[in-house]
Design a protein around this ligand. Structure first.
Ligand SMILES: Cc1cc2nc3c(=O)[nH]c(=O)nc-3n(C[C@H](O)[C@H](O)[C@H](O)COP(=O)(O)OP(=O)(O)OC[C@H]3O[C@@H](n4cnc5c(N)ncnc54)[C@H](O)[C@@H]3O)c2cc1C
Length: 450
């Protein structure tokens, strides 16, 4: 590597990526008096289909970091999820999962159009003490130093190549993170499906103020207000499926007037597209580098928790650095452990729900019925589930316990399965639920031990 060199005497933290994860990390570490440089290749051309719905802990974190303010917040408030089962005979049977209302805690989330959110965060964080951003630059290469730390090669927007050797290096460069690869952290990837999205008027949006989730055999569809009288609609397109056919199937579950609004937009404009991945890196830190946000792992957007998790990463990292008096090695060990807990619960929940909602096996059908039966038992059950979905509750123990309670619903459903002569399927389903229940308990105990 040749060219200009910037050493850690001048930069404490180098952040690759100025998305939600990078901006939140910069804001959090600026509170510790560190000098931070964000490298962001954007602004990207055009709009992007990505996270918009932010749960209360994410909004709370962004406000506490000074990146959002209650006085002038863009977007539209969110009270929770309204989930529509794939049951055409009973389309009005949506279940409402509201955020819990504990005194002293925020109980409203927010949906903000992705580009507005990203631009707002990156612009705001550049006004924070110690924070600089090089827009139009990117991290192109990384070199491991003899002491195990990393030097990054950054190409500035005028083509100059600059070597930067910071005290702490953060990879916040999204799900396909180049930093993750260049620092030698491998990962498992599973591509689930694609997602297509459009913006429509919110006049006929059902359950305005909630994130609507429509379940059906073509995947998951979402609809929620994003402010300014607009709503986002997203349709999942499963691997190998025809996108037009998939959208048709999704639309079959939408209320008629809203469906007409969507069809009008689809007739005149091309939807935005994105891919849904599950990415599980085998570590979240290495040497003096840490991964933040989607670079540290991501899952299906079913629970809409990616942004909230990225904000939590930033807060966890700040607290770990502060508790260890800025000792990087100790702080990164703590960060890795705490984020690992959050991610295990978040990913497990997203994977389990996705399978329950989409798979067509008798086991999945039973689990699906159990979940809806559980939600219909009481408001408390709904609030408990929403706490897990929104990462208010990040405990794998809670997930294991709730899964067990959901599984018990199978006994309430037995008479119907008996009369429909599907007792053998019921039996197989129950065995599977018990097996999974035990697997979660085991994961919870392992996490507690290590
Ligand atoms: C279709 C879809 C819907 C979603 N819906 C939701 C939702 O409703 N709610 C929710 O919470 N989450 C949702 N998510 C997830 C959410 O979008 C992500 O979790 C979130 O955007 C992660 O932010 P990030 O900053 O980690 O990554 P990104 O937003 O991907 O930002 C990474 C940044 O790194 C930059 N970069 C890339 N390469 C380099 C490089 N070499 N050097 C420097 N910088 C680089 C990029 O330009 C980019 O700005 C959704 C995701 C998808 C795909």
């Amino acid at each position: 590597m040749q060219g200009r060199v910037i050493y850690q005497e001048h930069i404490d933290v180098l952040i690759a990526g100025g998305g939600v994860g990078g901006a939140a990390a910069a804001a959090a570490l600026s509170q510790l008096g560190l000098r931070i440089l964000i490298i962001e290749p954007g602004p990207a051309q055009g709009r992007r289909l990505a996270g918009e719905l932010i749960h209360p802990p994410g909004i709370d974190g962004l406000c506490r970091l000074g990146l959002l303010s209650d006085r002038s917040m863009p977007g539209s408030p969110v009270k929770g999820f309204a989930i529509f089962p794939a049951d055409k005979d009973d389309p009005a049977s949506s279940v409402t999962l509201r955020y819990g209302e504990k005194p002293g805690t925020r109980h409203l989330g927010r949906a903000i159009e992705h580009r507005i959110l990203k631009d707002h965060l990156l612009e705001t964080v550049q006004r924070f003490p110690g924070v600089t951003a090089w827009i139009g630059a990117r991290v192109t290469r990384i070199e491991e130093n003899p002491d195990g730390s990393f030097t990054a090669m950054v190409r500035s927007n005028d083509g100059e190549e600059i070597r930067i050797r910071p005290r702490l290096f953060l990879g916040a460069d999204g799900p396909m993170s180049r930093v993750r690869k260049l620092i030698g952290i491998s990962h498992e990837t599973r591509r689930y499906s694609g997602m297509m999205g459009i913006e429509v008027e919110d006049t006929h949006l059902p359950n305005n103020g909630y994130g609507n989730i429509f379940l059906n055999s073509a995947g998951v569809a979402y609809a929620y207000a994003i402010g300014g009288g607009r709503a986002r609609v997203m349709f999942e397109v499963l691997k190998g499926a025809d996108s037009k056919e998939s959208i048709k199937t999704h639309l079959g579950l939408f209320p008629p007037l809203f469906r007409l609004d969507i069809e009008r937009v689809l007739a005149t404009s091309k939807p935005l597209a994105a891919a849904n991945f599950c990415i599980v890196p085998n570590a979240s830190v290495r040497g003096n580098a840490a991964l933040v946000g989607d670079a540290r792992g991501c899952c299906h957007p079913l629970t809409a928790s990616g942004i909230t998790a990225a904000v939590k990463d930033a807060l966890i990292l700040r607290d770990a650095l502060s508790e260890s008096n800025l000792d990087i090695a100790t702080a990164l060990r703590r960060y890795s452990r705490r984020c690992g807990r959050l991610e295990l619960t978040r990913r497990t929940l997203a994977e389990e729900l996705r399978e329950a909602f989409l798979a067509q096996t008798p086991e999945a059908l039973l689990l699906r019925e159990c979940i809806f039966s559980y939600w219909r038992t009481s408001d408390k059950a709904c609030v408990r589930s929403m706490a897990l979905l929104s990462t208010v509750d990040t405990s794998i123990f809670s997930l294991a316990t709730q899964y067990g309670t959901v599984a018990l619903q199978a006994f309430r459903l037995l008479p119907r399965w008996f009369f429909e002569k599907t007792v053998v399927d019921w039996h197989r389903g129950v065995l599977r639920l018990v097996h999974k229940s035990l697997a979660f308990q085991y994961a919870a105990i392992r996490q507690w031990l290590y």
